[in-house]
Design a protein around this ligand. Structure first.
Ligand SMILES: CC(C)(COP(=O)(O)OP(=O)(O)OC[C@H]1O[C@@H](n2cnc3c(N)ncnc32)[C@H](O)[C@@H]1OP(=O)(O)O)[C@@H](O)C(=O)NCCC(=O)NCCS
Length: 175
């Protein structure tokens, strides 16, 4: 997605984040949940994707010792399919690695094949199921893990730059 900037989530982003949240999840987080993550949780790291200063997606994680736990990722419905989700998750994983994380985990609804494909593309693999984890629909959670000790699979842009002989430095880390 040309023109996508990834920045730390700030309080001023919350109105737009909540709009995306409501459009993305059956039981959306309320403002208080994001406030608590941004203001009171020292292990929380949240980012927004911006296009022309509009929030088009966001993602967050907790990093505790050498483990990152991705807590949320969502993209505005009209901006999906443009590699914004992928850029956000790559960014989270690169930041997590920079903070010393050696592996990352997340839970995803068993019916959410789009998100599972995204995570698998970035090196996650399914490592278990939590039965009935989502109380709103009684749906199972697939637990996925990824090791951060190896390079992430390259994005298409990075791969193209590499082939053109510009090497690793052609793309910013995490994008
Ligand atoms: C999951 C979500 C974040 C993906 O964001 P996105 O920006 O639309 O996805 P991207 O364009 O970055 O897609 C990257 C990869 O994800 C996978 N993917 C994304 N959408 C997909 C779909 N509808 N069906 C199958 N695979 C899909 C593909 O592997 C894709 O790569 P490819 O096109 O090279 O095969 C987005 O659909 C969303 O916000 N969903 C609602 C919230 C949600 O479910 N969040 C995850 C909670 S665990």
């Amino acid at each position: 997605m040309p023109g996508l900037r990834i920045e730390r989530m700030e309080l001023e982003h919350l109105d737009e984040v909540l709009e995306i949240e409501r459009a993305s999840f059956p039981t959306p987080w309320l403002r208080q949940a994001f406030l608590s993550e941004l203001c009171n949780n020292p292990v929380a790291h949240y980012y927004v994707g911006l296009v022309d200063d509009r929030v088009v997606g966001y993602g967050g994680m907790w990093v505790i010792l050498d483990e990152a736990h991705i807590t949320t990722v969502a993209v505005r419905p009209d901006f999906r399919g443009r590699y914004i989700g992928e850029r956000l998750v790559r960014h989270l994983l690169a930041e997590a690695r920079g903070l010393g994380a050696k592996r990352a985990t997340l839970e995803v609804r068993s019916s959410n094949t789009a998100a599972q494909s995204l995570y698998r593309k970035l090196g996650f693999a399914s490592r278990g199921v939590r039965k009935g984890y989502y109380s709103d629909t009684n749906e199972d959670a697939v637990i996925m893990w990824c090791t951060l000790e190896n390079e992430l699979p390259r994005s298409r842009g990075q791969a193209a730059a590499w082939k053109r002989g510009r090497g690793k430095g052609a793309a910013r880390s995490g994008d």
